[in-house]
Design a protein around this ligand. Structure first.
Ligand code: CA
Ligand code: CA
Ligand code: CA
Length: 581
């Protein structure tokens, strides 16, 4: 990918971007909204210009009884990808695929898969759209500082200090001051399954008004937790009367796609429940301890955390990731050390840098060793945090290249040390992970893309295991008004899922009435061979060799060795099958 080429296009589109910024502000002011719908074009630096992207926002107030909340939270959003030459009316497309993200994941995660699948479908003679849902919890995010950084068109001036000063030093950007992290916002306790299912459905029925059309042309699916959420959507009965089914979730979908996830896994209680309790325990910082800790009242009262704030994973650090990704896209080879050293010494930032940089259990427990001890370019820093040869957190791993420039690397032994600790071992996964040695005068660690591995990668990774383009990966973390992270993942959502799976039908869970909805239509899973799941017989599945948990949605169209990109090929195949009915 040519960065300079991308830069020229971005600069030439500056006027469009200015207009987009105004439209994006509409939900706050609402003055320019005629009918409760806005669509904001995204100025993308993707080289695949035959696919265009936009953000659609719909005015859909929260369910009655929700806690007081910001006006932004009465809007829902999705990112829309479609053929540049295709119809603007989605119902004129052959198919619309609607995808639900996983834990801590935002809509832009689907960018690469969406583009590749739209292009593959076109080669098969079909015009399709892909929509990525941005769950309602994203309404709590304030992107002002990151967006200001992203808007700078001269790479030499893309100084992250602009964003850091906004989030940490009270500076004013675009007339706004940061109001602080909303980790304990009461409204998060209301963002459970019922609200999420209603939102999934609202996108479909308001944008594609004909139920018969939807049942023939809409593909439903998701990544990670988005798989169980799709199973639950298929089971949902929106008028609460199981005798009428035109309103049921499974009657809105022609087929289902699962991306490193399980679709027919029993999240509705129909089969064996994939046990989310260890993950819940970890995400809640150990406060939720198994089934006994599952209580909606406790979340509302604030006894159980309302969002993830554990092990350095917090709204603060996911926001930081987005900031760093701007550097990894625009100034990939510039040294990031000064920025890393300038990061605030908050508990969340320190925990995250230490978890990522300690290298073994002893230093993690007894020292201050952290990523602050090493020197990286921006792209190498992103690699340390998210690549399959750097990231200690398996949920965020993608395979986008390998380190270079530093001859003093060592194995990172911390994840292996965590392997026996229940809960921790779900988030912190062993792998072929490297880290710079801690030395007095560290060398600068640089980065090589997935298709240009250095000889020093031998024995750690290889061309067959590297599948994602580093430029596109960095781009998708922050591009446009949305982003790749769900900074305020509502723990309520996963608690509801666990309760539903245990058979509870109290409150809003009573609408899960069609447990076999997910098996009523064609379905297909793509499983990464290095992802988070073991192969299972729950769904028809394709195994993507070398793919990590995120690679199933980020893998590049052009694979090493001329191999086909399996996620988009499989996705397009499922669409063909579903359309054939
Ligand atoms: Ca019904
Ligand atoms: Ca790698
Ligand atoms: Ca987000």
């Amino acid at each position: 990918m040519s960065t300079s080429h991308a830069w020229r296009r971005r600069a030439s589109a500056a006027l469009v971007a200015a207009g987009a910024a105004l439209a994006a502000a509409a939900p706050a002011g609402a003055a320019t909204v005629a009918d409760g719908r806005t669509e904001t074009p995204i100025v993308s630096t993707s080289s695949q210009t035959d696919v265009t992207s936009s953000v659609v926002r719909l005015h859909v107030p929260m369910l009655p009884g929700a806690a007081p909340h910001a006006a932004e939270c009465d809007w829902i959003a999705y990112e829309r990808w479609r053929r540049t030459t295709g119809p603007t009316d989605a119902t004129k497309a052959d198919a619309v695929a609607v995808l639900m993200p996983g834990v801590l994941e935002g809509a832009t995660a689907f960018d690469v898969l969406a583009r590749n699948t739209i292009r593959e479908a076109a080669r098969r003679g079909k015009t399709i759209e892909v929509w990525g849902i941005d769950r309602r919890s994203n309404c709590l995010e304030d992107h002002t500082g990151v967006d200001a950084l992203d808007a700078i068109t001269d790479p030499a001036k893309a100084d992250p200090t602009i964003a850091l000063d906004y989030y940490y030093k009270g500076s004013t950007v675009a007339g706004r001051k940061f109001a602080g992290w909303k980790t304990n916002d009461r409204v998060l306790a209301d963002l459970g399954l019922q609200q999420t299912m209603e939102d999934y459905n609202s996108v479909l029925i308001s944008e594609l008004p004909s139920q018969p059309w939807r049942e023939k042309h809409v593909i439903c699916g998701g990544h990670s937790l988005g798989g169980p959420l799709t199973e639950i959507y298929a089971s949902w009965d929106f008028d609460g009367n199981p005798a009428t089914t035109a309103d049921a979730g499974y009657r809105q979908c022609a087929g289902y796609i699962g991306l490193d996830t399980v679709l027919a896994g029993g999240s509705t209680g129909a089969g064996k429940l994939p046990n989310p309790k260890d993950l819940l325990s970890t995400l809640s910082g150990g406060i939720i301890d198994g089934a006994s800790g599952l209580s909606i009242d406790a979340i509302k009262a604030g006894v159980i955390p309302r969002t993830v704030n554990a092990l350095g994973i917090s709204p603060e650090t996911t926001n930081l990731l987005e900031m760093l990704s701007v550097g990894a896209e625009k100034i990939p080879d510039v040294e990031a050390t000064a920025t890393v050293k300038a990061l605030p010494q908050t508990a969340a930032v320190n925990d995250f840098l230490k978890l990522s940089g300690a290298g073994d259990l002893g230093p993690w427990l007894f020292s201050n060793d952290s990523l602050r001890d090493y020197r990286y370019t921006y792209r190498a820093l992103l690699g340390q945090i998210m690549d399959d040869n750097g990231a200690v957190i398996g949920l965020v791993r993608s395979s986008f290249g390998y380190f270079d420039g530093n001859t003093q690397l060592r194995r990172n032994r911390l994840p292996a040390a965590f392997a026996g600790i229940p809960g921790l071992n779900i988030l912190i996964s062993p792998g072929n992970l490297m880290l710079p040695q801690k030395v007095a005068r560290p060398q600068l660690t640089t980065w090589r893309n997935y298709d240009a591995l250095p000889a020093s990668a031998a024995g750690v990774t290889n061309a067959g295991e590297e599948v994602t383009d580093a430029f596109d990966f960095a781009r998708t973390i922050h591009e446009g008004p949305l982003n790749l992270t769900e900074n305020y993942f509502p723990i309520r959502l996963m608690v509801d899922q666990a309760l539903l799976g245990q058979g509870s039908r109290t409150g809003g869970l009573k609408y899960s009435m069609h447990p076999n909805g997910i098996t009523s239509k064609p379905r297909q899973a793509v499983i990464g061979s290095n992802g988070l799941l073991k192969p299972s017989s729950a769904d028809p599945q394709v195994i993507a060799p070398g793919y990590q948990h995120l690679d199933v949605v980020t893998a590049a169209e052009r694979q090493n060795g001329g191999k086909p990109e399996l996620s988009s090929q499989t996705f397009a195949g499922l669409i063909d099958k579903a359309l054939a009915g």
